[in-house]
Design a binder for this molecule. Structure first.
Ligand SMILES: Cc1cc2nc3c(=O)[nH]c(=O)nc-3n(C[C@H](O)[C@H](O)[C@H](O)COP(=O)(O)OP(=O)(O)OC[C@H]3O[C@@H](n4cnc5c(N)ncnc54)[C@H](O)[C@@H]3O)c2cc1C
Length: 387
């Protein structure tokens, strides 16, 4: 067994750390959070560095380095800012990986090079007011009309449609009773007539505003069906394909980055903060918390990297990726709350990053399949009988 991180991943991490120190200083990241601002100029520099193409195959203009490399990139960006880490996912994974896996050859040829070269982004329009974990129950409808598709309905909790090139919209495209055989994905540019975007006010992931998207007689060319003609009514296969494993890991990588940053900040804070004439790092209650946090982060990193490595070996890795999503996001939630406790009153005010880590980490066990859904999957895929 060899746990050595490959040389190209080490170099990727080092160059990202230099980039983040220079282009994403703490104060800037705090202001993006405060102002709910997406720093497109920083994102564009990441595009210039070639970061969006890590998972785009070489024949379509990327470098095809694989899932593990992308997870390390997400982790590093998430250590500093959701306002950059999530748009990175929207380009590299939502657009890049989805197109590579589900796109028609024409879509791959036209859109994948734009992911690598321009940072083309998708926003996910899957959830609806009454549609959460049970995504197959979407009510937004798509009808064929000659060479066009007409979409009517409303999406909820769609993050980043104002930033993206396409809303990757899950629709019901056949009779309701067919349930899973009647779903499709339609690529809808957010400036298409009939698209209305209304912001929601979420606790975290500022910089990537979460919204309602109302779709009224929205017409797009049939070429915008994901997968082309062959993709019509094939949405369920796309949801449950290899992309699902990656989606779980993306959220886990975000959580890992936040937990790591919170641990390091709490560690440093404990050395600086003096009470009763000495640094609080001398108190056993604080030392034990920090030791537990470091251990949790270490374990989270191992389980995430193992799952990412497994995905890169090929095949369906539902069990490993569900375990990683469950463990890392729950560990991150526990770690950020401990970091906030160590910082005491300063953990509760905006002058420090601790409260932001808490707001962002609390989301991670909810999205990308909740912890309950991951537990259901782990029990089922491990063969646990109900009766
Ligand atoms: C800030 C934010 C950003 C988001 N961004 C996006 C986005 O960009 N695109 C998008 O499409 N969606 C997005 N979402 C929605 C997110 O994906 C949903 O929250 C998720 O699908 C779960 O749905 P729900 O929260 O409505 O929970 P529900 O599915 O209603 O579940 C409620 C509770 O019941 C539990 N539960 C549900 N089903 C089961 C079951 N079978 N077994 C056991 N327990 C169960 C859940 O674990 C949860 O605790 C976002 C949400 C938030 C808050």
């Amino acid at each position: 067994m060899d746990f050595t991180v490959p040389e190209h991943i080490v170099l990727l991490r080092e160059s990202l750390r230099r980039f983040i120190d220079k282009e994403m200083p703490r104060r800037a990241a705090a202001s993006w959070d405060e102002e709910n601002h997406f720093p497109r100029e920083v994102f564009d520099r990441l595009v210039e560095m070639g970061l969006m193409g890590l998972c785009v195959p070489e024949e379509y203009g990327g470098t095809g380095q694989g899932t593990f490399a992308v997870m390390v990139a997400i982790e590093e960006l998430a250590r500093r800012s959701m306002a950059v880490a999530i748009p990175y996912i929207m380009s590299s994974c939502y657009a890049g990986m989805s197109l590579a896996e589900c796109g028609s050859e024409a879509q791959k040829r036209t859109l994948l090079p734009r992911v690598a070269a321009d940072g083309l982004m998708f926003a996910y329009g899957w959830s609806e007011a009454d549609v959460g974990a049970d995504v197959a129950s979407v009510k937004t409808r798509a009808e064929r009309d000659g060479d066009e598709v007409v979409v009517n309905g409303a999406k909820r909790f769609c993050s980043g449609p104002e930033l993206c090139d396409y809303i990757y919209t899950l629709v019901r495209s056949g009779p309701a009773e067919a349930r899973r055989q009647n779903l499709s994905f339609i690529l809808i540019p957010p400036d298409t007539p009939g698209v209305r975007i209304e912001r929601m006010n979420s606790l975290g992931i500022k910089g990537v505003p979460t919204t309602d998207v109302i779709l009224t007689d929205v017409r797009v060319p049939a070429a915008n069906i994901m997968g082309g003609e062959a993709g019509w009514n094939r949405g369920w296969d796309m949801i449950t394909g290899a992309g699902l494993d990656i989606e779980k890991l993306e959220v886990a990588a975000l959580a890992l980055g936040i937990a790591d940053a919170a641990t390091e900040d709490a560690w440093e804070y404990s050395l600086q903060r003096q009470q009763f004439g000495r640094p609080i790092s001398g108190f056993q209650s604080i030392r034990h918390k920090l030791a537990d946090m470091r251990t949790q982060v270490h374990a989270a990193r191992l389980v995430l990297y193992h799952a990412a490595w497994a995905v890169d070996q090929g095949g369906h890795r539902g069990l490993e990726t569900s375990m990683a999503k469950l463990f890392v996001t729950e560990a991150a939630k526990a770690v950020v709350l401990e970091a906030q406790t160590i910082a005491g009153a300063y953990g509760y005010v905006r002058d420090f990053d601790f409260e932001r880590y808490v707001r962002d980490a609390l989301l991670m066990p909810i999205i990308g399949g909740s912890s309950a859904i991951q537990r259901n999957n782990i029990a089922r895929w491990s063969g646990l009988q109900r009766t």
